[in-house]
Design a protein around this ligand. Structure first.
Ligand code: NDP
Length: 246
């Protein structure tokens, strides 16, 4: 497990947007960031799940979050620009952006993947993070010390049979991370890195490995030290790195 002992007020006064914040790793990330003082912007497609996370954060007495329902499969350029406009009016900047939401898609030989399934997965896993990053860049540049995290996977660093468009999409976000990081290097206060959570007990893991006993893997909250490290000031000099949460 990534070793980092975050101070309780690590993310005080930071505004952090997390996609797929209603479930799994994204939910744990939202709860953990809020518990360390951040105002979290909860982005996801299922309003009821986002509301449950909102309620949990409020009940714990952490900074009041914001809810932004957005389906990354259908969101348009205008939706991303509108979101950036709302965040600019409310906060004036963005200190953290966590591209967490993703779909697993078909796990089969690449040559039997239907074009429609390929396009759908690329829309959520690759095109949406691109459009969201582009819309958020002015807000990230307005923050004194902003951090972008692309949540990756081991199959986005070494290809593996039958992992289909999911693996290809994770290679694409690793590439997006490297290009963006190199562009920011020495020119802005924004750092960009990727983080592989490793096997984690979520709905996606269960779908990928239905026969695996869930207790084999850590729960999402257990892998949060790496996320907190990358979102807080201690990682200020880390840019363009592919890190592992476990
Ligand atoms: P889950 O399936 O548990 O959660 C995925 C989240 O993404 C959900 O909140 C889901 O929303 C959201 N999401 C999916 N599609 C869309 C969409 N079209 N628009 C908006 N939100 C959407 O997955 P994990 O928590 O396991 O995965 C989180 C990240 O970690 C992913 O990037 C995944 O690839 C990566 N990862 C996970 C591993 C694991 O073992 N769990 C291992 C390696 C990488 P909703 O709840 O509404 O469906």
């Amino acid at each position: 497990m990534f070793k980092y002992d975050p101070p309780s007020e690590l993310l005080k006064d930071r505004v952090i947007l997390i996609t797929g914040a209603g479930d799994g790793i994204g939910k744990a990330c939202a709860l953990s960031c809020a518990a360390h003082g951040a105002t979290v912007v909860l982005v996801g497609r299922t309003l009821a799940k986002l509301e449950a996370v909102y309620d949990e954060i409020e009940a714990a007495g952490h900074p009041q979050p914001a809810i932004c329902p957005l389906n990354l499969e259908t969101a348009s350029e205008k939706d991303y620009d509108d979101l950036a406009g709302q965040l600019f009016d409310t906060f004036g900047r963005l200190d953290g952006l966590v591209h967490n939401a993703a779909q697993l898609g078909p796990r089969t030989h690449l040559d039997s993947v239907k074009s429609e399934a390929w396009m759908q997965l690329m829309q959520v896993n690759v095109n949406a993070p691109f459009m969201l990053t582009r819309a958020m860049m002015p807000l990230l540049r307005a923050a004194p010390d902003a951090s972008v995290i692309f949540v990756s996977s081991s199959v986005g660093r070494k290809g593996r049979a039958y992992w289909g468009p999911y693996a290809v999409s994770k290679f694409a976000i690793e590439g997006m991370m490297q290009v963006l990081a190199d562009e920011q290097d020495g020119t802005t206060q924004v750092r960009v890195n990727s983080l592989n959570p490793g096997a984690t007990r979520t709905a996606m893991r269960k779908k990928a490995y239905p026969a695996e006993p869930p207790e084999t893997n850590p729960e999402p909250h257990e892998i949060m030290p790496a996320f907190l490290y990358l979102l807080g000031p201690d990682s200020r000099t880390i840019n363009g790195q592919a890190l592992d949460a476990q």
